[in-house]
Design a binder for this molecule. Structure first.
Ligand SMILES: [Zn+2]
Length: 202
């Protein structure tokens, strides 16, 4: 699948988690989900995550860094594409590592709540599921090197196909709906709080 599709699928994990766990939402969680959805392709010689830029400004004034460029160069030279990084073993490692990373970071950055590791890991897992419905499949049970398919042969599709475009558009739409709905709920709760404050005068 394309990097843009993985980004959108990873970002959608936020509303799925919100639906089932009821945890509080913030926009940075969407970034964590999207990032998780891109991470497995650090093993590719060229990928969206490799060229992901963080920066500001335009044209000659632009200042930016590519934080995943070097890690991707190293990882892709050590491991084959759609190998160990596309396995359940990697999901467990990412879950374990990110749990302790965000536990540590949340001491210094207040908005980095414990939900972040869960969203990042679920985003990572979503990448495996997404690649698992393509023609190539994924070696989910690595070190057993057999590629696993999550769909019957007839329903599997190629990267960049029409089906992938439809998946991308639908999930972009559901993500947009979730963000819109979350902001409306946020405004509503602020209104209730404001009214509550007013009542306190009496
Ligand atoms: Zn992949």
């Amino acid at each position: 699948m394309k990097g843009s599709t993985h980004t959108v699928i990873g970002a959608n994990t936020v509303w799925i988690l919100t639906l089932f766990s009821g945890f509080s939402w913030n926009p940075f969680l969407i970034i964590a989900g999207a990032l998780g959805g891109l991470l497995p392709d650090l093993d590719a010689s060229d990928s969206k995550i490799k060229h992901l830029e963080i920066g500001y400004g335009k044209g000659r004034n632009r200042m930016a860094i590519k934080p995943f460029y070097l890690p991707s160069m190293i990882i892709s030279s050590l491991f084959k594409h759609r190998g160990v990084l596309h396995s359940l073993f990697a999901v467990i490692l990412v879950g374990w590592g990110s749990y302790f990373l965000f536990l540590f970071l949340s001491q210094w950055v207040s908005f980095l709540t414990q939900e972040f590791w869960l969203v990042l890991t679920l985003g990572y897992l979503s990448h495996l599921v997404a690649d698992g419905i393509t023609k190539y499949g994924v070696p989910v049970f690595w070190p057993w090197n057999r590629n696993i398919h999550l769909l019957p042969r007839l329903l599997r599709f190629r990267m960049g196909s029409f089906t992938e475009t439809i998946i991308f558009i639908v999930l972009l739409f559901t993500l947009g709906l979730f963000v819109l709905n979350s902001y409306q709920n946020l405004n509503l709760s602020e209104l209730v709080l404001a009214n509550g404050g007013g009542n306190m005068i009496y």
